[in-house]
Design a protein around this ligand. Sequence first.
Ligand code: AHR
Length: 497
Amino acid sequence: LKSNMLIDKHFVISSVDKRIYGSFIEHLGRAVYGGIYEPDHPTADQQGFRQDAIEAIKALQVPIIRYPGGNFVSGYNWEDGVGPKEQRKRLLELAWWTTETNEVGTNEFADWAKLVGTEVMMAVNLGTRGIDAARNLVEYCNHPSGSYWSDLRISHGYKEPHRFKTWCLGNEMDGPWQIGAKTAEEYGRIANETAKAMKWVDPTIELVACGSSSSGMSTFGYWEDTVLDLCYEQVDYLSLHAYYNNNNNDTANFLASSMNLDHFISSVASISDAVQAKKRSKKKLMLSLDEWNVWKTIGSSRAEERWQIAPPEFEDVYTHEDALALGCYLITILRHADRVKVACLAQLINVIAPIMTERNGALWLQTTYYPFLHASKYGRGKALQAIIDSPKYDSKDYTDVPYLEAISVHDEEQDIITIFAVNRHLSEQMELDVDLRSFGNVSLLEHIVLEHDDLKAINTKDAPDNVVPHNGGKTTIDQANVKALLSKASWNVIRLQ
Ligand code: AHR
């Protein structure tokens, strides 16, 4: 199995917006309570935040985290989560049928975000609420002082405004499961009017309108077109959500699912550009893939017993093949670096997440942690359009699937070229020849590999190092020609200088 790749420093797709390595923490399952926040955990700080979780998240260098939902936000009264903790209400939470204690709210999350060095991507409730609650929340969070809501924040101990920059106008408003779901016309209007008011309070914010919950929604396409027709000039991004799994146990087909993501992104960009053309607008809208991941328990019902506090939910256990698929999605996102400016791996901890914790106990990293870590650490700079020649295969849902999924990123400051590559072949290694002619002579910094003989191998609390990357990838270099051996079913990070 042989593939070729030509990389030229002048074939620039775009600078990579670091926010594509964002993630998501929702008031769902044990993401907040028992994930980032567990006051009686041995590593908890004074505010109750688990230090072990902070360290694992810091290592990922996640630049932005979406909060507080997800479906949760569509029933959330943000006022219930601020002010003295002892006065906070316990409420029935209708997105997930749990009891929300409101121990963690906007200010606590802002504090936590500072500790991990990330920005907050706030979402407002356009399910049960609307313009008024949204503009008040912007005033509470971002206005310096001298108004009711900003002074209330100050009275809660937060003199400095949070200055949250990126805001989601609701969540998955096209989904019948959403509290307060809307038609495209209803949502487009409320998004437009809410956006106006929020930007009047703080003109520096950027807004994300909800696109479809998945490309499989019956309203997909019509939704984007109609919503943008109604709010195009007021918003800065359109969202996409995409989840995949191998529940049919067809790995070749599963690893090809990044082609679906690729098509989804291109389609949404096209619809957006069509609206731009119709409106004769100068503005090109960017995309926010603000939920994406492998999700196996998708569609499974909410907790069987209602109104529990933070019951374990959607604690998917990720395999080696899931990590490979995740690598393919990351490469796909990078290939669209000119349009996708924000992307959030959904989610970050305990709920469909790369990081798992045990109550009062250990933290371990799932297989999917590693490709995300590598992309976030090394995938910054300029994404380059590579010319790839790879043998192909057909699978159940996809034709002409290249065995090689790859891209490269050029960090101009340090003059480091990083190649991310997945060998999708399940039984054969691949010889990859890379022509880097425009870079002159290069030398190898490292070739990181994530591989495992068992596609279903997992990491657990007791065997946390079963699937971990190593540095022993086989790459040789002759001037500007790189020859790499990519093991069967492997994720590779080849770093050159
Ligand atoms: O990420 C889990 C859920 O998936 C989110 O709450 C929702 O937006 C999506 O359906």
